[in-house]
Design a protein around this ligand. Sequence first.
Ligand SMILES: *Cc1c(COP(=O)(O)O)cnc(C)c1O
Ligand SMILES: [Zn+2]
Length: 558
Amino acid sequence: MTFVVRCLDCSHTAPYFPTSVNCPRCNSQWREAEYDYDAISKSLPAQLLGRVFDLWRYRELLPVRNPNPVIMLGEGGTPLIQAVNLGMMLGCPNIYIKDERQGPTASFKDRQAAVTIATLKEAGITEMVAASTGNVAMSYSAYCARAGIKLWAFVTSLVPAVKMREIAIYGSQVVKVTGSYDQAKQVAAEFARQRNLYLDMGARTVTSIEAMKTIAFEIAEQLTSLLGPLSQANGKSRLIWRTPDWYIQSVSGGMGPLGVYKGFSELKKMNFVDRIPAIAAIQSEGCAPMVTAWKNHADIATPVTSPRTHIETLATGDPGRAFTLLSKQVNETKGVFESVSDEEAFRAMHMLAKMEGISAEPAAAVAIAGLFKLVRAGVVKPTDVVVINCTGHTMPTEPFILGDNWARNVVLPARSMEETPQEGLLAALSRVAPDRFPCIALVDDSPDARRLIRRILQSQGNFTIHEAENGKLALNLVEKEHPDLIILDLMMPEMDGFAVLDALKARPETADIPVIVSTAKELTSEEKDRLKGQIQALMQKGDFLSDEFLDEVRTLIG
Ligand SMILES: *Cc1c(COP(=O)(O)O)cnc(C)c1O
Ligand SMILES: [Zn+2]
């Protein structure tokens, strides 16, 4: 691989040595790798055909001289999964999740660790120091174990104990720092200086940005196979891959989006894509120095000295130069910085798990909560193709996330088991769930809409759900089942929702059943008048979130 590192301050280019971290001319630590894009753009398409789908398939664009199978763990090549149910709920059908949980240690830091440790191994490093909010240390530990490098992992005492134990199992020395993450970084740096050990520099390490850019390469390839290649009408035959409209990620130090931006801009230089996506960087409200600075049009972020968030993974209080670089890219791509509260992130975490089968860590859910916010604000448009990085897995789920009562106990009384085992079992099981669940009639002519609402209801409660696909069947159903609640679509062929309502209200037995109208269309003021006093709630399809809907249902069924 022929490449150089170029200084972002003085443009000086120099050969790359993993252990020399300063520009030889101006001493700056902000440098990035630069390749022979023209040559690579010609050779890469053919080379890719024969390669497996992992991070090393782009090795000509990585700063590793000889990718070493001895330290590989199957990094990169994570799936791009369409979020069909979230998409339906939000009214945005093109939402894709880049599932970075599927890395070797369950976060996207595995890319950074795979590439960085590979170069450090090449450079003969045997001992190193890193500060981390948890996941970097976990991932570096796994790769250091394979590479025979001893890692001193400085973490704040707020990092969940399960993560600390995970770091320790790989043989790293965990050093708990009671203080902020920024302070842990200072302590780590001083420790490395005293002992003359290699110190990981986060976003300033050339390899970390290079590793993260493979996310962009993979997204472009995967979107192309999912949605088909871009039309080549403009005659540029090499313009083959797709760029999403948005790349959304939860952000702490900003390494991920900086890398993804570089990835897309390299693809653009090589004419593999036509543009760079809008970048949305989402932070946790209690530690959002970048969001605050960006909204105030400041070039430099004021550090948050004591972060107020439970989401320790995102606790970089002082982003330094990374903000200045990232905000330029965000502005250039017409992207945004946004923040969400811890509560919004926890709710998004539940929604992602219950609607898409994806259990993410709170830090990753911050990006999902950010998506909700951006869709609602109209920043993300219904037709946009959106890729969200699901940056990490929640392993094992922390108790406070689940809250109380997430499990129910079946305790069989010992004596009655001997005498009448069946009875004892039934009595115990009756405490697990009541005999009868609230009954809901779901009336909608669209099977997709019925499936979505059924999924939302079943995800967080116990209901007996009956479906009807038109007005006539709905009235029969109501007569037979006497539901506690009716969820009614308005636009249905033959007998529409208005007619169903009229029929329900005309009969005393059904007049009092609460009704939630869910509709896809903007109602006229006459239509709104017709509904007045007749229904309990009106929900615009694609404009409510599952938990708001459930709150409404629970209030009505009470
Ligand atoms: C590190 C991390 C982030 C933030 O990444 P940056 O791009 O460095 O800001 C987000 N989510 C998870 C799970 C992480 O481990
Ligand atoms: Zn320089």
